[in-house]
Design a protein around this ligand. Structure first.
Ligand code: SR1
Ligand code: MG
Length: 421
């Protein structure tokens, strides 16, 4: 992709290329010391394969670093779609906030440059992107437990259960300008798959299902209800784009990366995003089997991660609610002076989050199949007929989640229904 910049950018901003990264880093004594040796010895490569940004890995004699720089446009589409560099600031802010409560699940950041719209952070190695691991059929024994913990820690501690209302409101204001990124989600997730948007695309063989979704008023009602919640329910600081491409893993370690879509929104959006992407991975498995049935056990393992994730999230979230003390900053809902959170109240909260989770998971599956940005889980299936068949199953399941959320009161009912598709 051509990344030469013709757009007007703020004074002092320039998009880096591998040849200019070392000189840039050498100007920071701290970063130069971390890398060790001389700038000439540093090996730089650009590895960004996401939709938006540049990502460089820099290897020095002492250690390696990762530099992520925002481009003033959407990389996936090109310069015709400008996008504010301020997303680098919101990502930095979100990483800082997440690191307060869940440091072991995010990359450590070392340096932020507002003018250059870049962050230098820990290079996660030997981690790989979870989505790529799921395509290869690799099991990660701890990933679902870790993701549940990450979600409980970040969502609880940025909600009214933990933060005093005035502090939470200030934080809402801090993220309120992340409008361009939110608008991408608003358009691409909740609107575009449901009309003939110019950038929509879908696999050969899915015309009929795409048209049927666009003509389905009940489905569109259900999705607009989820959009309402996305726009209005400022429950907690959410990652905003927690798909399996935003998670890096090893057998023992899990890190959530790339929170540039962060803002205060509904907790179920993040949980629905990751569960929706596990479901996409599940439905794609027949497309990755080299011989018939080869991926059945693995597909089952993927599905089994959904209850593990929810269990991990809900148990820790409930513990945090139960252990609230007057020493904490003091969330203003169920303040100890009024009433300690009883099991009933915690269950009510968790049930509401679960219900949102199902709706957002459904919306996420549909946007990744009929909208602009698709997922490698499906796109890497070379047999187009097989790809369409995997995608159709995922789409029909997503529609069911959106229309009949109340039938899936527990993760196991969800998993059983997915298995039957
Ligand atoms: C135009 S950006 C398309 C998508 O890429 C990111 O990963 C977000 O999910 C966004 O919606
Ligand atoms: Mg991303």
């Amino acid at each position: 992709m051509n990344i030469a910049i013709k757009l007007t950018s703020p004074k002092g901003y320039r998009a880096l290329v591998p040849e200019t990264v070392s000189d840039y880093l050498a100007s920071s004594r701290d970063l130069a010391t971390r890398l060790g040796g001389k700038p000439k010895e540093w090996q730089v490569r650009e590895v960004g394969d996401g939709n938006l940004n540049l990502v460089f890995i820099i290897e020095g004699p002492a250690s390696s670093l990762c530099l992520k720089q925002a481009l003033p446009y959407v990389r996936l589409v090109g310069e015709s779609w400008p996008l504010p560099l301020s997303r680098a600031w919101f990502e930095h802010l979100a990483l800082t906030e997440e690191a307060k409560y869940a440091p072991r699940f995010v990359p450590a950041t070392h340096y932020y440059d507002d003018t250059m719209a870049l962050t230098v952070m820990e290079y996660l190695t030997p981690h790989i992107i979870l989505r790529k691991g799921l395509i290869q059929g690799i099991k990660y024994p701890l990933v679902a437990k870790h993701l549940g913990e990450f979600l409980a820690l970040t969502l609880y501690h940025t909600s009214d259960l933990f933060l005093p209302a005035e502090i939470k409101k200030k934080k809402i204001a801090d993220f309120a300008d992340n409008t361009a990124m939110c608008k991408i989600s608003e358009d691409l997730i909740f609107d575009e798959p449901y009309f003939k948007a110019p950038m929509n695309r879908h696999s050969v063989g899915l015309d009929e299902v795409s048209v049927s979704f666009q003509n389905d008023a009940d489905l569109k009602d259900a999705v607009q209800e989820m959009k309402w919640r996305f726009l209005n329910h400022a429950e907690a600081m959410i990652h905003g784009d927690l798909h399996t491409g935003s998670v890096m893993v090893t057998e023992n370690d899990t890190r959530a990366i790339d929170p540039e879509f962060a803002f205060f929104g509904p907790m179920g959006f993040d949980i629905g995003a990751i569960i929706g992407n596990f479901l996409l991975a599940y439905f794609s498995q027949p497309g990755h089997a080299k011989k018939s049935g080869e991926r059945e056990a693995y597909a089952d393992w993927i599905l089994a991660q959904i209850p593990v994730l929810w269990q991990s999230f809900s148990v820790l979230f409930a513990d945090l609610c139960q252990q609230r003390t007057s020493q904490e900053p003091g969330g203003h809902v169920y303040a100890p002076r009024v009433l300690a959170m009883r099991e009933k109240a915690i269950k009510q909260r968790l049930d509401a989050i679960w219900s949102d989770t199902l709706g957002f998971a459904g919306a996420k599956i549909i946007r990744r199949t009929l909208g602009l940005a698709h997922v490698e889980d499906m796109e890497s299936i070379e047999d187009l007929k097989l790809r369409a068949s995997c995608e159709r199953k995922a789409l029909l399941f997503a529609k069911e989640l959106l229309l009949n959320r109340e039938n899936y009161t527990t993760p196991s009912t969800l998993v059983d229904a997915a298995r039957l598709k």
